[in-house]
Each structure stands twice: as C-alpha cells, then as structure tokens.
Design a protein around this ligand. Sequence first.
Ligand SMILES: [Zn+2]
Length: 82
Amino acid sequence: MESVKIAVEKDATGFPLCPACKKPTKRSPGAASQTLMYFPPIIDENGINTNPDRNWRTEQWTCLECGKTYIYETNGDEERIR
Ligand SMILES: [Zn+2]
C-alpha cells in the first residue's frame, strides 16, 4: 500500500503534531491497534537485545482545531504520519 509520507513533527512532549496545523492543538483519540508479531529476543555478547519488539502501533487522532483525522504509526524505530 502506497501512502504519502510526511516527516513527523512533534510537540515538546514528543507527541506528533497535526500535519495540517503543524503546532500543538487539542485532539481526540480514535481507534488504536497494534500488529501482533512475535519478536524473540536475541541478546548479543554485550547484553543488548538485537531483535527488539518491532510491532507497529497505529493511533488515530482527530485534531479539534482543523478537524483533520490523522494516523500516527510507530514501531519504536520508524514512525510516520498519514
Ligand atoms: Zn489540525
């Protein structure tokens, strides 16, 4: 599935901003979901998990200022707004 990727801009608390307003706004959460793949930990010689949980968490938000509904997705490594 192709989607337009927009750089994720965040407020001071690390929360993704409305991609239309590009500033902190009031917002309301919608549906959230998460992929459920199992990532068995693989610990290297330095005690670092080289196979961290990379499930995608998807959150839907509605900006109460402009009315846009946007989707924020992250797997702890990558993130995107669409
Ligand atoms: Zn907005």
